[in-house]
Design a binder for this molecule. Sequence first.
Ligand code: SF4
Length: 389
Amino acid sequence: MNTNAYITSPYISSRNISNTHMQNYIISDALMQKDYNVSHDYMKMLQYACMGKAYDDIASGHDSGLVNIAILHRHLLKKDIMWAYSNITQASIEINAECNWRCRFCPNHTSPYAKKHMDNSLFVEILNKIDAYGKIKDLSLNFYGEPLLDNHLCEKLEHILDTQLNLVLYTNGSLIDETLIDAIKLFGSRVMICLNIPSIDEEEFAKLTGYKHLNKVINNLERLLQNNINVQISVNGKKGNRERNIKTINARFPSISIKGTDTTDRAGAVTNEFFQDITIKNKRLFGCQPILHDLQIDVEGNVMICCQDFHKRHLMDNVQNYDDLNQLLKSESVRRYRQMIWGAADVYQDIVCNRCIVMRDNQASAKLLLNQNIRGVGYGEDISNCSYI
Ligand code: SF4
């Protein structure tokens, strides 16, 4: 007898792809970031469990093999801990707060952070917890600050080198020197340097970044390439300009991967020409992925809901409060935020998601799902209206 209660995951949504020969569905699972092609019986079983049922109940009316598969794939979650699940694969530690540039698309442009560095012993404690957690692959070292302003960066890199983690170093590239290059080279294929170069036109670059020495950044980029270090260029800016700049940069550096970044106003924190003026009034939100996959830690060890929260309105918890990340990720406060962001609890009035373009896009997708009557449980207002088919 198995009386444990299971509930259909709030992170899945489905799409009917049935035709005259078969009734099939595609499940998109935001938790595990995978799509699955499933049968009508599988969907019926998930629908049956959408308010939570004992294992034996579900298995008595459905193929128990399907029930076990659904548990294995996390389409059915243990009901009492359903908001404790996560699938964190990347982490970011804010080793220092300030930045030496003033990019127009960054909130630092108008409200620069004060100078603050992460204490080395705190860094080592957090790093060890991230490494011991075992599921995080990629580590970056910034929030809105420039990590190369940290005088103890090379020491920190030595600690990272002793872990299993890949280093994804987001930097503006202006402070790269020989010492750093030597430290980075030791990572081999475990490192990616992501340079913020919105334009290689000197005038436009200076206007966008507030930094007048594009040639210095380009020289440093070339030094990285000469040392066979993996480099990616991130191009911010408004769509038309961004596409033009990507083309120009690509023509000059054809071997480098270039990432056009959708420039957002960081939930209203960028107040100039990049301001997007988003207001969402719903009490219930529509789901968003970062809280399931990314761990964003600030200079004092606080855990934030995501990288868009420039003003650090939502400090969910602190890494120092727990012996390991497993406990932290299952804490009451973190669970509460997952519930709010995934539409199962009313939000705090000032939640940053209500000003975020990502949530507005997710709201539009959720509406589309509702119109097609194929919503997942967690989207929107009322969990009891769950309807898959
Ligand atoms: S909606 Fe925006 S602010 Fe909220 S979790 Fe998603 S990305 Fe972050």
